[in-house]
Design a protein around this ligand. Sequence first.
Ligand code: MG
Length: 172
Amino acid sequence: MSVLYKEENRLNDVQQYEIVVKMLQERGVMLEDMAQITLDLQIKYLPALSFDLCLEHVKRVVMKREVQNAVLTGLELDILAEKGLLSEPLSSMLLNDYGLYGIDEILALAIVNVYGSIGFTNFGFVDKTKPGIIGKLDEAGKKPGVCNTFLDDIVGAIAAAAASSIAHRFAT
Ligand code: MG
């Protein structure tokens, strides 16, 4: 029997924000890790940019419902893959981070989409260069039984979106 979606049971944005932040932490990612990537992306354009402002924009990005939904969906798939609860062929594709799968990047685009074309450019850059925590997640995901297939793209997309949010705010 399906459970009907009930509007009164829907979590508010702040409640869902707390869940998303906790979920990211449990997967080894702190908001500060993403803020550091955001700072590295934007410091060349805004030399006076502070880490705290980057963290504030990361939090602002994660407060958005579209972003929260993408995180919940992607991380759930990584976790289910690790638990062996997905069917084949999807299970092997996710556990091996199969290069032509591509849906991890597509889901991450739902995050940067909120911030326009600068978001896409920044996301492409971090996806290629894998700075900071993204490189660590990529390496950790190669170990047997660990699946970070969606997580690395989500983290890159949040950092890229925060960089775009800052770029829009300080556009001259
Ligand atoms: Mg990936």
